[in-house]
Write a protein that binds this ligand. Structure first.
Ligand SMILES: [Zn+2]
Length: 225
């Protein structure tokens, strides 16, 4: 390759890279987006701020800023996942790509969701984990309670037609407390989430129950299987 060709490639990269890498501060001040091109960052800001407002109305106010990092892949102890929250870094990582076929089963409703709906639902789930941590300083919330709250908030925030698609896929129309266990979460996360939302939506539960789980006066940790 001629030196001038190499130089022009480097120059082209230098023009493109800063645009993608520059962190974008969301308007309300609660989120920074990194690794996304500007138009995507704007839509992620909107989704994150909308999720945070819904969570605030359910005993989960945001107390400190969070970074949302767009990535290609996240390696996780239980396999590759679509999104993750790292409390040590106040960071949410979100896998954004054109093709999710190696991460999501073809019949999973996630596979058919429009991209903005999928991004919004993944963000709501991970922001919930972050806000559970922010609202329980000094207390280690059991994993099952964390996942119940994240799943219930994720489905509650989904457009009803997509929530219905997940309930249909899970084959559930009534909740069972015995299904709120970490094995179902690991083996069949959509079934776990559908059951969690049905349980959350049942009379006497809702945001009051979320508050009790945060306070530690209620837990699913010792539920009989
Ligand atoms: Zn989770």
């Amino acid at each position: 390759m001629r030196p001038t060709a190499i130089l022009s490639i480097l120059a082209a990269c230098a023009l493109v890279a800063p645009l993608a890498a520059q962190p974008v501060a969301c308007p309300a001040g609660g989120f920074d987006i990194t690794g996304a091109h500007p138009a995507l960052a704007v839509s992620l800001c909107h989704a994150a701020e909308e999720a945070a407002a819904a969570l605030e109305a359910c005993n989960l106010p945001q107390r400190s800023p969070l970074t949302i990092e767009v990535v290609d892949e996240i390696a996780h102890p239980f396999g590759t996942c679509l999104a993750a929250y790292d409390c040590a870094y106040s960071r949410i990582r979100l896998v954004l790509r054109e093709d999710y076929s190696d991460l999501v089963d073809p019949d999973d409703p996630y596979a058919a969701m429009p991209r903005d709906v999928l991004h919004g639902t993944l963000l709501t789930h991970e922001i919930t984990h972050a806000l559970v941590e922010q609202n329980t300083p000094g207390r280690e919330v059991p994993l099952i309670d964390h996942e119940y709250i994240a799943a219930a908030m994720e489905l509650d925030h989904l457009p009803p037609e997509w929530r219905g698609a997940i309930l249909d896929y899970a084959g559930l129309d009534a909740p069972a407390t015995g299904r709120i266990n970490i094995w179902i979460y690991r083996i069949a996360p959509r079934r776990f989430a559908a059951n969690a939302w049905l349980h959350f939506a049942a009379p006497g539960h809702g945001c009051d129950l979320i508050g009790e789980l945060l306070a530690g006066t209620v837990t699913f940790e010792d539920e009989p299987r």
